[in-house]
Write a new protein. Structure first.
Length: 279
């Protein structure tokens, strides 16, 4: 019975979601209007706004799809720069000591093996850590030429960083241990705010899944428009392994929301036999 009831309830929810009479648009004053009650010109205006919320390429107000493309580019660029540092500092290959050495090696292998710039670096390097396997030869060359993206820190707001919370390692707990004039140990969150010049009124959230102090500090101290090559490895790894993944995941809700609204507007227009003059 419970399974049957659940199926009936689910069907009722789906029917409600697909009922064009239930489709609404929220105005700036917070009031919802039914799309079925709107004029053709209003539907065209709403559709245009929804489309811009997804695909606008304006650098000051980019759409959600555009932001996702930017995030993916920055992710790939951070990964490429980290691979260059991995090659030069961890692999200890005598023939690869500089970025020019890497470029020479790429060109040599490209010519000898008839490779394309779109091929993976796995075609010329064996035993790669999995995180690096999707880097292309073109992207690796960009990293060596210092042609990677400049990061606009506006996409990583202080509010977003604070929302991740902080979880200290044992070494960081020791590093942040201070005592007041009475010999009482100070609150480590207060010590962090003092060291990083954060407003004392701001509350730092302690969270087991949060950033370490070194990661939090790296993000807080990141310049507004840094070149990827100039950022410390801890910043690049924090961006690649945590922050950019979280930002990308957060976009799913917003993209689904605006795609659904666009679809609802188009369904209402089709029902009324109206053209929205969509280019």
């Amino acid at each position: 019975m419970s399974t049957e009831f659940g199926s009936i309830l689910q069907q009722a929810i789906e029917n409600k979601s697909n009922d064009i009479n239930s489709f609404t648009w929220r105005l700036q004053n917070g009031k919802d209007v039914k799309l079925m009650d709107c004029t053709r010109e209003e539907l065209k205006k709403f559709w245009k706004h929804s489309n811009e919320m997804l695909y606008n390429t304006n650098r000051y107000n980019p759409g959600k799809i555009t932001i996702r493309e930017n995030i993916n580019r920055i992710y790939n660029d951070c990964n490429a720069e980290l691979f260059v540092r991995y090659l030069l500092t961890e692999c200890e290959v005598d023939a690869l000591k500089t970025r020019k050495d890497i470029l020479d090696y790429i060109n040599q292998r490209k010519s000898a093996d008839n490779l394309s710039l779109s091929d993976s670096i796995a075609t010329i390097f064996t035993g790669l850590p999995a995180i690096y396997e999707k880097i292309t030869l073109a992207k690796l060359m960009d990293a060596c030429f210092d042609k990677l993206e400049i990061i606009n820190k506006k996409m990583i707001s202080d509010k977003f960083i604070l929302a991740q919370g902080i979880w200290l390692t044992d070494a960081e707990k020791e590093e942040l241990t201070e005592y007041d004039s009475n010999g009482k140990m100070r609150n480590r969150m207060d010590v962090i705010k003092e060291r990083l010049i954060i407003n004392p009124e701001i509350k730092l959230r302690i969270c087991p899944t949060g950033l370490s102090y070194s990661e939090f500090r790296a993000l807080r101290q990141m310049p507004n428009l840094p070149k990827i090559v100039d950022l410390p490895s801890v910043t690049l790894k924090t961006l690649r392994d945590k922050i950019l993944l979280l930002l990308n995941n957060d976009l799913d809700y917003h993209i689904h929301k605006w795609e659904t609204i666009k679809n609802n507007i188009q369904r209402v227009a089709e029902y009324k036999n109206w053209s929205l003059d969509i280019n």
